[in-house]
Design a binder for this molecule. Structure first.
Ligand code: NAD
Ligand code: MLT
Length: 528
């Protein structure tokens, strides 16, 4: 498979990809048509913050399975478009947290003690000792906006430095904040109490411009530190507030437009110290994020669940070997059920019985949906299947019970359509890795889900099975196996045939012409 890496990651990560047998192409600073051409035959793409993965890029990348982000922020990736196109987006959320937190603390000290400016003046031969009177962090209050991974790591470090932490994060519990020595308050209170304010939210429509003119006024004679994302702080307002002396200073690692233009007004003030997005730039962090991203790309290209997928259900690595066969059964049961119905699908129910009920089954359900939607020729995979269901108004329910009458684990997929028809297909694993369909519409069968199948409903009368076999033979359809079940003697029988080739329409018509045949469906599965 071909992996295109468009922002630099360490060689360790590239080696992880090559060791898995992938062809790795690096193309840094690709833009416009060059980028579109480079992605056109890529199966995976790895980026940092430098590449804009737009809808146009995703559309050009027809064979793309995954976009791996070697880092945390995914504001440069159109996740919605990726989901629409069934492309996984995965990041590496842990690997550079410490590096980003350390950089934040370093930037706080740097601005509080005017280190960059004093450094430059001394390098230029000036001993400006009397010009600088710094601010101690000990005993001061840091306002933290966004108390996620980086924010929490920063708060812990500041607590150890003797700072009070007044944090604002509407999505985190007071208990969690307390555990790391932070007090959870509203945004206004955080700004009012802060001597320093540090921002650690993602850039989203909600957080864009979160710290604007008004907020900076409330912060008053304090320092603003931003090592998260440029757009969260209004840069123009920031420059103005530093320029008119409202703010004591600012330390910025990130900017609304990167690279920062040399003409930016932010560069006019000694009180604004800047670094070129270096928060994650440590050897350890870069190795961490590169290997984590490469591992996830390898998993996605191998068809395995991806640990930090942001737009697809994921499975714990340790649970994957147990769940893998059920993922296949769910998809197969979905495919069979969808091909046994004619109408517009309205409801889907996936029921888990027995031991599998103890597992996290989100990905398995997504696979059942993929199986149901695929025969309808919708461009679907486990990434976009839940969204497709949602968009088309298909109701999906999932339920679990520890009880299972006959099997260690049983997975049942029930689909109903707008004609009022409903069909359920149940699957299980024999001897731990032998997938079987064990019930179709309540009829007990024992079918190997593979290749081409034919499901018939017919009168339970002598000679009917012989008749079906003879017609199939006339059309050169070889029967590899069959499983017959019936409601009552002389009632309706349901038979599942495994056949070596698809059944021609003429054969179907011949069979349907016989009044003993109630219904006949041919089913195509993968793996012929
Ligand atoms: P995270 O997702 O773990 O945490 C973000 C936190 O922000 C969450 O707790 C969330 O609840 C909170 N949040 C969301 N909306 C909010 C709002 N409107 N107001 C207040 N809080 C809000 O992310 P993280 O890993 O901690 O990363 C934080 C930021 O740092 C991201 O923007 C990331 O891209 C950036 N980052 C930058 C560098 C760098 O090199 N400078 C390195 C790593 C991370
Ligand atoms: C991140 O969000 O992880 C940072 O932007 C780090 C980076 O990739 O430079």
């Amino acid at each position: 498979m071909r992996v295109l890496v468009t922002d630099p990651i360490t060689d360790v990560g590239l080696d992880v990809l090559r060791d898995a047998g992938h062809e790795v192409e690096t193309g840094y600073e690709l833009e416009g048509d060059d980028l579109l051409e480079a992605v056109s035959d890529a199966n995976a793409m790895i980026v940092r913050s430098g590449t804009e993965v737009t809808e146009e890029v995703l559309t050009a990348a027809e064979d793309l399975v995954i976009v791996g982000r070697a880092g945390i922020g995914v504001d440069n990736i159109d996740i919605e478009a990726a989901t629409d196109q069934g492309v996984i987006v995965a990041n590496a959320p842990e690997g550079n947290v410490r590096a980003a937190a350390e950089h934040t603390v370093a930037m706080t000290f740097a601005t509080a003690r005017s280190i960059p400016e004093a450094h430059i003046r001394l390098k230029n031969g000036e001993w400006a000792k009397s010009d600088y009177l710094g601010t101690e962090l000990n005993g001061k209050t840091m306002g933290v906006v966004g108390l996620g991974r980086v924010g929490q790591e920063v708060a812990k470090k500041l607590d150890a430095l003797g700072m009070e932490v007044a944090a604002y994060d509407p999505y985190i519990s007071e208990e969690r904040a307390e555990r790391i020595g932070a007090e959870l308050v509203g945004l206004e209170e955080s700004l009012e109490r802060a001597d320093f304010l540090t921002v650690h939210t993602p850039l989203t429509p909600e957080t864009e411009g979160l710290i604007g003119e008004e907020e900076l006024d409330t912060l008053g004679d304090g320092y603003l530190i931003n090592c998260a994302r440029g757009g969260v702080v209004d840069e123009e307002a920031l420059a103005t507030k530093v320029g008119d002396g409202t703010l004591a200073g600012a330390a910025l690692d990130v900017f609304a437009e990167e690279p920062l233009s040399p003409d930016s007004s932010l560069l006019e003030y000694d009180e604004v110290i800047v670094t070129p997005h270096l928060g994650a730039s440590t050897e350890a962090a870069q190795e961490n994020v590169a290997t984590s991203t490469a591992d996830q790309v390898n998993a996605a290209l191998a068809g395995e669940p991806v640990a930090n997928a942001l737009n697809a259900p994921s499975i714990d690595e340790s649970a994957f070997p147990r769940l893998e066969p059920y993922i296949e059964i769910a998809e197969t049961a979905g495919k069979v059920a969808a091909q046994l119905l004619d109408g517009r699908i309205e409801n889907i129910e996936v029921v888990y019985e027995g031991e599998i009920a103890d597992e996290s089954i989100e990905f398995v359900t997504a696979s059942a949906l993929k199986g149901i939607f695929e025969p309808l020729k919708w461009q679907v995979n486990a990434v976009n299947a839940p969204q497709i269901a949602d968009e088309r108004g298909v109701d999906v329910t999932e339920s679990k019970t520890r009880q299972s009458e006959d099997f260690q684990s049983l997975l049942s997929v029930t689909v109903s359509d707008d004609n009022g028809n409903e069909i359920s297909v149940d699957g299980t694993l024999f001897a731990d890795n032998d997938p079987r369909i064990v019930r179709v519409d309540g009829y007990r069968v024992d079918a190997i889900p593979h290749g081409n199948m034919v499901v018939t409903r017919n009168a339970d009368e002598p000679g009917v099975i012989g008749f079906i076999g003879r017609v199939m033979g006339e059309y050169d359809v070889n029967i590899a196996g069959m499983f017959n079940a019936r409601e009552t003697i002389g009632g309706t029988a349901l038979t599942v045939y495994n056949v070596d080739s698809p059944m021609p329409d003429e054969a179907k018509e011949d069979l349907e012409a016989d009044e003993r045949i109630i219904e006949i469906n041919d089913i195509t599965l993968n793996g012929q």
